[in-house]
Design a protein around this ligand. Structure first.
Ligand code: AMP
Ligand code: ZN
Length: 113
């Protein structure tokens, strides 16, 4: 499959992996938008939030507990951080493999651009 994130999961292209288990992988974003910026993705190729299946509920819950733990490990849990999922064209999604951005170590703005 011609999916850049599946290639990262399969080790076909290099990445800076910070966490991996049976269901998810996390790696540094190649174009960081904050001093801390990593992505947490399911190993299962789910195109976007719109393609989630009911049976993926546990997987998504797992991703959020992984984010909780990585945020503590990277020292952003106390000051806070932002979790972002972009879905589809209007959402600004550029890679069609569902992913959660985790950004920290700077104050975020609202509303987003
Ligand atoms: P989105 O615009 O929400 O789809 O986010 C895609 C993100 O993936 C962007 O922040 C990119 O910088 C990041 N990205 C794309 N390719 C890679 C890669 N090979 N390694 C690390 N991050 C990547
Ligand atoms: Zn994929």
């Amino acid at each position: 499959m011609d999916c850049v994130f599946c290639k990262i999961i399969n080790g076909e292209i290099p990445s800076n992996i910070i966490y991996e288990d049976q269901k998810v992988i996390a790696f540094k974003d190649q174009n960081p938008q904050a001093p801390i910026h990593f992505l947490v993705i399911p190993k299962k190729h789910i195109e976007s939030n719109d393609k989630l299946e009911d049976s993926d509920k546990e997987l998504i819950g797992h991703i959020f507990t992984v984010i909780r733990d990585l945020a503590r490990e990277f020292g952003i849990s106390e000051d806070g951080y932002r979790i972002v999922n972009n879905t589809g064209e209007d959402g600004g999604q550029s890679v069609a493999h569902m992913h959660f951005h985790v950004l920290g170590k700077r104050s975020m703005q609202w509303p987003p651009g």
